[in-house]
Design a binder for this molecule. Structure first.
Ligand code: FAD
Length: 374
């Protein structure tokens, strides 16, 4: 049986980054995926993923995020491919609701400049945005987007160049850990390793038996609209809080239309049963919200694609050692906002595998806080 220092299962956003960082450290490493990433059957497709620095979800994400920015820029240079674009970001919402209050808190805690947009600063900074009376608008300079497919392709290519074995079209059907070693079984062969990184995205639900943790998968459509007469003025990424739980968010037109979607509120599904067919009628609510907040930016819907969120009960990530096997690291679920962190999470996974612990504090993502929930 062939043996490695570490094996990575699932080579999407998190797994491709983990494989790259392990190979960069000189580890003998192999990665496995059911498909051939980057692909459109997981959670990492659709041309753009937003990156934001003043993290409203929890200010404790910011150090990991700042490391992620550094690594995305570093890998951009190494791969010779544009992975990250810092366009700036504009946000709108009720002042005391989660989005705006959280951004202001993260800005204050981490000394990130947050600029209020109103009157002339609004008409110069976000001429496309209509802000209703109950909302305020703010901006941060380092918001922007990543090219997800290019990020995954670059991590995998660089990892292979450094000696990583990449097994695509080879699903892992079983793994078992005993003492200090792990055996991973695919339909073709069995492989041994000292450490196992489990990063199968929505497939994590299959591997959590015995861990006493529940994750849920939701179906999340993405829409591209024909650019309207005001589309050219939209040059930043944006997010608008539309109710207590959900955001309308989107990107400038990169040539294929204005991509806009709703964050959270997708229907429950599973990795195996998700309906990937999509009717343009599903864009109705998104189109109406665009008309309300971004008049003239969007025309008719021209493309729609389905994706998946894998959510924990509190919508923070799950990154921790398996409770029964300290040499197995769980790196999912990322609850619909993980892509921007993948570079830093991949690095942290390599530190966990090779040094015993990550350098940055990942206790926010611990398994225990999920087990204690009803
Ligand atoms: C519509 C949408 C919009 C989003 N927007 C943003 C955003 O703007 N910013 C942001 O930061 N995040 C965003 N996210 C979230 C982010 O994209 C995800 O958190 C992230 O991509 C998840 O990466 P992953 O590696 O966990 O999963 P994936 O990238 O899906 O990778 C999992 C891989 O594991 C493989 N796999 C599964 N089971 C097995 C097995 N048994 N054996 C081998 N391989 C297996 C799969 O084939 C897949 O390639 C968005 C997500 C969606 C769906």
């Amino acid at each position: 049986m062939k043996s490695f220092d570490a094996v990575v299962v699932g080579l999407g956003a998190m797994g491709s980054a983990a494989l790259y960082h392990l190979a960069r450290r000189g580890a003998r490493v192999a990665g496995f995926d059911t498909y051939t990433p980057p692909h459109a059957l997981g959670s990492s497709h659709g041309e753009t993923r937003m990156i934001r620095e003043a993290y409203y979800e929890d200010t404790r994400y910011v150090p990991l995020l700042q490391r992620a920015y550094e690594l995305w820029h570093e890998t951009t240079r190494e791969a010779g491919n544009e992975l990250i674009v810092e366009t700036g970001a504009v946000y709108a919402g009720p002042p005391n609701a989660e989005l705006i209050a959280g951004i202001l808190r993260a800005g204050k805690d981490h000394n990130i400049a947050i600029n209020e947009l109103s009157g002339s600063t609004l008409s110069i900074g976000a001429p496309w945005l209509r802000v209703p009376d109950n909302m305020v608008a703010v901006a941060e300079a380092r918001g922007g987007y990543l090219h997800p497919e290019r990020c995954i392709e670059s991590h995998l290519r660089l990892a292979a160049n450094m000696g990583a074995e990449i097994h695509t079209g080879e699903p892992v059907v079983h793994w078992e850990a005993a003492g200090d070693s792990v055996v991973v079984e695919t339909k073709r062969e069995r492989y041994g390793a000292a450490r196992l990184v489990l990063s199968p995205g929505a497939g994590i639900t299959d591997w959590l038996a015995g861990a006493d943790v529940r994750t849920t998968v939701t179906r999340q459509p993405m829409f591209w609209f024909e650019p309207g007469p005001n589309a050219a003025s939209l040059r930043t990424v944006f997010a608008i809080q539309i109710d207590e739980q959900r955001l309308l968010y989107g990107f400038p037109d990169l040539g294929g239309g204005v991509k806009t979607s709703i964050h959270y509120g997708g229907t429950a599904t599973t990795w195996e049963s998700i309906d990937r067919t999509i009717d343009f009628a599903e864009a109705k609510e998104t189109a109406e919200l665009c008309e309300r907040y971004l008049p003239g930016v969007h025309g008719k819907v021209m493309r729609a694609v389905v994706c998946m969120y894998t959510n924990t009960a509190d919508f923070h990530f799950l990154i921790d050692a398996h409770p029964a096997h300290q040499n197995v690291l769980l790196v999912s679920a990322c609850s619909g906002h993980g892509f921007k962190f993948a570079s830093a999470i991949g690095e942290a996974a390599s530190q966990w595998a090779l040094d015993g612990a990550p350098k940055l504090d990942l206790s926010l993502f611990s398994l225990d806080r999920l087990r204690s929930r009803p």
